[in-house]
Design a binder for this molecule. Structure first.
Ligand SMILES: O=C(O)CCC(=O)C(=O)O
Length: 255
């Protein structure tokens, strides 16, 4: 198996993204893809996340990261077949190929910003700036609620992936508003692909209900994964997935 074969087997043809979509991703560093999940898929995923959050309790998210004021879960690859779409959808994988070329899943997690919580400093998901075009990591946020100006929609500074600086280089406090920031609002079922070198962050949820999302995070194939998929893959997950999906996860068997 190689990258081209895996992507072909998963239906990633050359036209999964239009030229305008590719240009937006290059220029602004993010691209909303509407209607990727149906309402039924969104509600099935939300139901499963609620079950996992209840079962895992204080340990929820520990495989990768816990964050005060949020419900996080990690290693979703192994926690339900409903999450497979996050590392298999042709449009999302086409966007990853456009940004990264040869890539693999780094981690698949969920994050719900709880009422009155969720604000983050602007950050990039990488330790240092890279030359425009030499991108190493790319994320996708899967909206499981409508993202609104009130409920903690993600903020981004368009074009900042090409800036050659990190937020802390330019801002006294990256938790502050940035004059050029915008909010990524949209309908549940939308996926917003964003270059992880783009300055971004969660915002405060001012509503009474959690703002839920999945993060499917991808990286160049030579980089360590945020969650070592080979170390975590369960036999039943491995057996359910296709060789192309194994390639995207960079798993070669069970342990
Ligand atoms: O969930 C969000 O709105 C963004 C989260 C994020 O950027 C992070 O956790 O690093």
């Amino acid at each position: 198996m190689d990258m081209a074969t895996a992507l072909r087997d998963l239906g990633v043809s050359d036209d999964v993204l239009s030229s305008a979509e590719k240009e937006q991703l290059d220029r602004d560093g993010y691209l909303p893809l509407e209607g990727i999940l149906s309402a039924e898929e969104v509600s099935g995923i939300n139901k499963r996340l609620a079950e996992l959050t209840a079962v895992e309790g204080d340990r929820a998210g520990l495989e990768v990261h816990q964050e005060k004021g949020t419900d996080r879960l990690a290693d979703l690859v192994n926690k339900d077949a409903r999450f497979e779409v996050c590392f298999s959808h042709p449009r999302v994988l086409g966007a990853m190929r456009h940004v990264l070329g040869e890539f693999k899943l780094s981690s698949l997690n969920s994050r719900a910003a709880l009422p009155g919580e969720g604000h983050q400093g602007l950050h990039a998901d990488f330790s240092h700036p890279v030359e425009p075009g030499a991108y190493e990591v790319c994320n996708s946020i899967w909206l499981l609620d409508d993202f609104t100006p009130e409920n903690g929609a993600t903020r981004v500074v368009p074009g900042s992936h090409r800036r050659g600086t990190m937020p802390g280089d330019e801002m006294a406090n990256p938790a502050d508003d940035h004059p050029d920031q915008i909010l990524l609002t949209g309908k549940a079922g939308t996926v917003i692909v964003f270059n992880s070198h783009l300055w971004h962050g969660g915002t405060l949820n001012r509503t009474n209900t959690p703002r839920r999302a999945l993060h499917a995070y991808f990286a160049l194939r030579h980089l360590p994964q945020q969650l070592d998929q080979q170390a975590h893959i369960r036999v039943q997950t491995y057996n359910r997935l296709t060789p192309a999906q194994h390639f995207i996860l960079a798993v070669t068997g069970t342990n």
